[in-house]
Design a protein around this ligand. Structure first.
Ligand code: HEM
Length: 306
């Protein structure tokens, strides 16, 4: 049975280091994958940190041609919506997520990864995030209320056995910079209409009261009678003057993300997510998150993983 990278589901880690890399011009896809799968980092219980690694879909496909779901492509083009609105494509080769219970553990492991990969890849983006005020986004709203619980999350996030890429996942990674001074000008009621939930408790609206352009209305996907969920692990990032949300979404089916993003941008029906009037997407990439078994396959020195 293919098993997922455990850090996807590790809760209680308040500090997050997100790294994006491009391989150097002389490094092949196979060399990058081998270097990442052979990272000499502690993956043991006393280490106190989690590591999740993801790859540009087209790059992983080169090393494992039948290993990536065919719908999962690179985020190669900006996603255009209504009124000239767009979300930028900033696809990179490699994504690394370190999460830990302390800032120093996340920082130290992040640096170790950069150091060990320096011959094959350059770190082109590093963001430090934290779990803010018990899972509140910096807008003040609870983020993750509609997430599946941990009994359900693997069914939502992980590609099932028997399917291409089993045990793996599709990741959407986006950095959003907030314009909090503008959002904070709104009354609480207006803010709730933007998100589509109450601010204090995170309660749902009655269907008739949910504004069509609210964030919840734009990101709820219904197929027949069924809702199509994703598993989100967002965090806050930044400083008092420049800050926002790191969006981390895992799904067994990447098309859910594309549909949600298109709906947020108002691509088909011109209804743009009200939240996008107060926060700007600065980056956007898709990554394939291989299973533990796939990583072990490319790790020629497996003693580091045992
Ligand atoms: C600045 C970026 C974002 C912020 C601050 C944000 C914040 C929130 C908040 C506060 C909620 C309501 C509570 C909850 O259920 O978690 C929510 C719901 C949700 N968001 Fe976002 N979000 C952002 C971007 C995105 C993106 C890019 C996607 C998908 C591509 C997305 C997908 C969802 C989904 C699926 C829900 C649950 C909707 C439901 O109730 O069924 N979000 N988000």
């Amino acid at each position: 049975m293919a098993t997922p990278q455990s850090g996807i589901f590790a809760l209680g880690c308040s500090y997050h280091c997100y790294l994006e890399f491009d391989r150097t011009s002389t490094t092949s896809s196979a060399d990058l994958v081998a270097a990442v799968c052979n990272l000499e980092v502690p993956r043991t219980t006393p280490s106190g940190a989690n590591l999740v690694t993801g790859f540009r879909p087209s790059l992983w496909r080169q090393v494992e041609p039948d290993g990536v779901p065919h719908e999962l492509e690179d985020f190669a083009e900006d996603l255009s919506g209504s009124d000239g609105y767009y979300m930028p494509a900033t696809q990179r080769d490699l994504w690394v997520w370190v999460s830990a219970a302390s800032y120093s553990d996340a920082f130290t492991l992040g640096r170790l990864v950069i150091e060990q990969l320096k011959k094959v890849a350059s770190c082109v983006e590093d963001i430090f995030g934290w779990s803010h005020a018990q899972s509140r986004d910096l807008t003040g709203f609870i983020d993750g209320t509609a997430n599946p619980n941990l009994l359900e999350a693997p069914n939502v996030a992980i590609i099932p056995n028997g399917s291409t890429g089993a045990g793996g996942s599709s990741l959407l990674f986006q950095r959003w910079r907030h314009r909090l001074e503008e959002f904070d000008q709104l009354s609480e009621k207006e803010q709730e209409s933007v998100i589509g939930r109450t601010k204090r408790e995170g309660d749902e609206f009655e269907d008739d009261d949910l504004p069509a352009d609210s964030h919840v209305a734009r990101t709820t996907l219904i197929e027949g009678e069924r809702e199509l969920p994703i598993f989100r692990r967002n965090s806050a990032y930044g400083t008092p003057t420049e800050n926002g949300t790191v969006f981390i979404g895992f799904s067994s089916d990447v098309t859910r993300f594309t549909k949600m993003l298109e709906r947020m941008a108002g691509k088909q029906d011109g209804i743009r997510d009200a939240l996008t009037r107060y926060t700007d997407a600065l980056s956007g990439s898709y990554y394939f998150i291989p299973s533990n078994e796939s990583i072990r396959k490319f790790a020629d020195r497996v003693e580091f993983l045992t």
